[in-house]
Design a protein around this ligand. Sequence first.
Ligand code: COI
Length: 354
Amino acid sequence: MTETLNLDVTLVAESRIHQLDPNNIAFGTIFTDHMLVADCINGEWQTPKILPYGDISYNPALATLHYGQSIFEGMKAFKNDKDEVLMFRPLENFKRFNISAERMCMAQVPEEIFIGGLEELLRIDAAWVPKGEDNSLYLRPFMFASDVYLGVRPSQNYRFMIIMSPAGKYYSTPPKVKVETEFIRAAPGGVGYAKCAGNYAASLYPAKLAQEQGYTQLLWTDALEHKYFEESGTMNVMFVKDGKLVTPNTSTTILKGITRDTLIQLAKSMGIEVEERRVSVEEIIAGIQSGSVTEVFGAGTAVVVSPFAAIGFEGSDYVLPTITDESYSTRLKNALNDIRTGKVADTFGWVWNI
Ligand code: COI
């Protein structure tokens, strides 16, 4: 528990929770009753406010609208059998948020605002944490430059906010992904490791082209040679080859995924050998053809573990074996879900009871 946060709280007169159907939640479409707003004015954090969820209005010269100093995190909260709310590894998201802030030349957010704000919002909107398989409350802390100024320089003012959105399954069917060999997600020395808005904006056009060809998402390759896998869509990517869990090692071009790290630790605890290293497209395509590569899946907060149906490369589709209960992706996903929903004891210290 983080030290008590000084907060101004204005509660809604009437909750909108009746709008939530836990059996049918479309990702990112419905938001809880409250949000947190904290302003950093000339380096001084002001008292954060919890307000009824709603629109915000801005001056057209708002710096973030023009130059994109904007970062975010994605995290999740769950309910256990006793209806207690559990957050999963929030300190990791807090640390990564400030790493992104540093790279984008933005203010550092204090722990009591980031973590304390999440805790307080979750206490107030606890009823919005849905139960049920694949359900969670998606937490979205974000920050943007709030100077009203058109010159290009780091903003002197920032707004940090947290909104929360009930979530179900991200993909309804296993994605078919295309190996991208023209466009890039990130280059060495760039901002690939930061969770900044521009990384997502830049990915939309190549993803749209792939979607027009019948693919769900992209498998990004390295910027220099297009030979090595980096990430997939908005997720880290993992392969099962010769019974080992293989994943690209993180670098300045790859986001240090918290789900990625969690799955690596879980796999090791299950006795699965893990390799973090460069993984070439050639190795994986040849492995699918020979049968040594049996699974390819995405790992991320929103998707959790998302096995791919097929990989498209140079005009051919390489179909992956059907996932079973014994597949690593199934076992890892179940192990992760059991821990974060409190079904099994958390021996890792990952679960944060609100
Ligand atoms: C997450 O998994 O939290 C992400 O970053 C994906 C999000 C952009 C939908």
